[in-house]
Design a protein around this ligand. Structure first.
Ligand SMILES: [Zn+2]
Length: 333
């Protein structure tokens, strides 16, 4: 048993309480490799933003859970080295799908876990979530649960259609499970193809797809039921067109990739939404930068020469999200 507290990590409780009061949201960035982690920590340290490092099931399969945990521990020390005196870094399991997996993360130094039992029938979702909460809370590890179903593909979590969270269920769910935060479905979606062209309209000037707006009425109804309760948005990448264009310009093929417009995320961040998950955007930035180097310098074969620019572009992206979208800069001095 390793406690996250020994590693210098923090859970989400205080982060979320402050974020709701302050009208901003904490960035939750997924990571699978060193360059991503370096970029996340540099961006957070330089902007003094609290940050959630997320490890998904796919990341665990790709990079190994043990290695990722030690990387997160290293990230705390790296942050201090960068001059961030009191780093507010949370290590979170994204989309845990079983009690055993959540338990192993709690035992292994994670400060927060998500149990995603949203695909199960309501009562089974409650039972499994409650079991995880009872275990995690013994070690002061916070638990995110999910109610409602998001469309799209994220690693091994996939669903064809979304089902909005039912506001009439949230009080019963939160009370009976004791979860610390709730991921809801209001129209965000996993991946870089959040909407089909049929779901969108087209901007006549640019020819680009304009996605349908998020269901803010559902969010409002949830907040009315659970005042001040931490709400989480998954699948909240914006799929910046500049990266999509760069990828396509340098030999890639991402037709009609579309995300959540940033002004909608800005609006959400000001509400009880206090954690916004961003994964696809950093994948796009990484890929765009690597493709550019490969196209412009076909003789290059030193990974540092293409992973380096990828890291720089991701850092720029993370800073942009922190400062211009979530408003979390300067909140962890
Ligand atoms: Zn997710």
């Amino acid at each position: 048993m390793v406690s996250y507290k020994e590693l210098g990590l923090v859970n989400t409780r205080e982060m979320f309480a402050k974020a709701i009061k302050g009208g901003y949201a904490i960035p939750a960035f997924n990571f699978n490799n060193m360059e991503q982690l370096q970029a996340i920590i540099k961006a957070s340290a330089e902007t003094k933003s609290p940050v959630i490092l997320q490890v998904s099931k796919g990341a665990r399969n790709y990079a190994n859970q043990t290695l990722l945990r030690y990387m997160a521990q290293g990230a705390v020390e790296y942050a201090k080295e960068l001059g961030w005196e009191h780093p507010q870094i949370c290590l979170h399991l994204d989309h845990g799908d079983s009690f055993e997996l959540c338990k192993s993360c709690v035992d292994f130094g994670f400060s927060s876990v998500m149990i995603d039992a949203s695909s199960l029938p309501y009562e089974e979702n409650i039972a499994l979530t409650k079991k995880v909460v009872e275990y995690a809370h013994q070690y002061d590890v916070t638990v995110e649960a999910e109610l409602g179903v998001l469309a799209g593909v994220e690693d091994e979590v996939a669903s064809e259609v979304s089902h909005y969270t039912k506001p009439e269920e949230v009080v019963d769910f939160a009370t009976r499970t004791g979860c610390d935060s709730l991921a809801i479905s209001i129209g965000t979606s996993h991946g870089a193809y959040k909407f089909t062209p049929e779901q969108c309209t087209r901007d006549p000037k640019t020819g680009r797809l304009v996605p349908p707006p998020l269901a803010f009425d559902v969010l409002d109804a949830i907040m009315e039921q659970l005042p001040g309760f931490p709400i989480v948005l998954h699948g909240s990448s914006s799929v910046p067109q500049e990266y999509v264009d760069m990828i396509n310009q340098y030999g890639g093929k991402l037709p009609d990739a579309v995300g959540i417009p940033e002004e909608q995320l800005r609006k959400a961040a000001k509400s009880a939404v206090c954690k916004i998950n961003i994964d696809s955007d950093s994948r796009l930035a990484f890929t765009a930068a690597v493709r550019k180097v490969f196209a412009e310098k076909p003789g290059e074969f030193d990974p540092r020469k293409y992973c380096g620019p990828a890291r720089d572009l991701m850092e720029e992206l993370y800073k942009h999200k922190i400062i211009n979208v979530l408003g979390s800069d300067g909140k962890a001095e």
